[in-house]
Design a protein around this ligand. Structure first.
Ligand code: UDP
Length: 319
């Protein structure tokens, strides 16, 4: 573990990593990174690296957890042994159980669980690299993965912490600020400003709490923009790819290509016939072109494309 820095904020009002007091770390999001999950997301929040996978709505196992009127939401936060400086003992511990519980509660209300009675929506988040703020990074990734899975939600959840170092409020604490600071307050909120997670470690006055919340809310709004943009980019890209894949060649393309081949064949044949057997009169004969089954090929191609498309996702949901 690194030593406590002498001071966290320099004479220019900048923090040790060069950020302003109200500046969050860079957020990068990649949507749909896991082929076998219904929804997934890889997210970097500064030096935090997390991956989230969502499965469901699907059957509940064990069955006694099943709710007759709604889906249950389960959330599993796990920190990889190699994600931190001093190797973390693998497996669940009190910290990960607590983070899983509060994160589930932060997301659950945003999901229209009543649409999927007797089913489960499972969220798994793996922390691959940690640098303070992993629960907020994990929540941001989970929220995007839920959207990627097509789970109907009231809104995305965006999360970001604020805290206090050198008696000054700062947003989105890094590792040293988290370890040696005076307070750490992770929050999560919806785009309309409803807070779904608020924890507090340390001491703050009511005024500091109020100001800090406003700072973190602005941070959440910035995270939300990145989440939204990542989803939009992903679906624009997917739509483009699907359009390219499913786009049947136009009738003109098929006909003209086939005709081209046909006419080449025909001209070779007719030239040969012309030379060897029949003489000049066959040269203009058009029927040979029509004998080539252009339309049958064209139909097969178009049908083949459309037959493969439907039902794959629906089957996955009811596995
Ligand atoms: N951490 C660690 N080992 C652990 C747990 C946490 O080194 O077993 C580090 C890790 O970098 C983490 C930071 O301490 O991001 C702060 O942890 P905290 O419990 O405050 O949760 P977080 O801020 O990550 O949500």
């Amino acid at each position: 573990m690194s030593d406590k820095p002498e001071k966290f904020i320099d004479e220019n009002g900048l923090r040790l990593d060069g950020r302003k007091l109200d500046q969050i770390r860079d957020v990068n999001i990649e949507v749909g990174v896991l082929a076998r999950a219904d929804g997934s997301c890889y997210l970097e929040f500064g030096n935090n690296k997390v991956i989230a996978a969502v499965y469901g709505p699907r059957e509940v196992h064990p069955r006694h957890q099943q709710e007759s009127t709604r889906a249950i939401v389960r959330y599993k936060y796990n920190m990889a042994s190699f994600s931190v400086e001093d190797r973390k003992r693998p497996g669940p511990d009190r910290r990960s159980t607590e983070i899983s519980k509060v994160s589930r509660e932060a997301l659950e209300d945003q999901v229209f669980t009543e649409y999927f009675p007797k089913s489960a929506i499972d969220i798994f988040v793996e922390v691959l690299q940690a640098d303070a703020g992993t629960r907020t990074a994990a929540l941001n990734a989970a929220s995007v993965a839920l959207a990627d899975a097509g789970i109907p939600m009231r809104g995305l959840v965006s999360a970001c912490a604020f805290g206090k170092v050198d008696d000054t409020l700062v947003v989105d604490l890094n590792k040293d600020e988290d370890n040696y600071g005076q307070a750490d307050v992770p929050i999560a909120m919806t785009p309309d400003g409803k807070i779904t997670l608020l924890q507090m470690d340390g001491h703050l006055t009511p005024e500091e709490l109020k100001t800090g919340l406003e700072m973190a809310q602005e941070g959440c709004r910035q995270v939300y923009e990145v989440q939204r943009q990542a989803l939009m980019d992903h679906y624009a890209k997917m739509q483009g790819e699907t359009a390219e894949e499913t786009e049947a060649p136009s009738v003109e393309d098929v006909v003209s290509d086939e005709e081209k081949v046909a006419s080449e064949d025909v001209s070779t044949v007719t030239e040969e016939v012309e030379e060897k057997v029949i003489g000049e009169s066959v040269k203009e004969e058009p029927e040979v072109k029509e004998a080539i089954p252009i339309e049958e090929d064209e139909e097969n191609e178009v049908d083949g494309e459309t037959d493969e498309e439907p039902d794959v996702e629906e089957d996955d949901f009811h596995e």
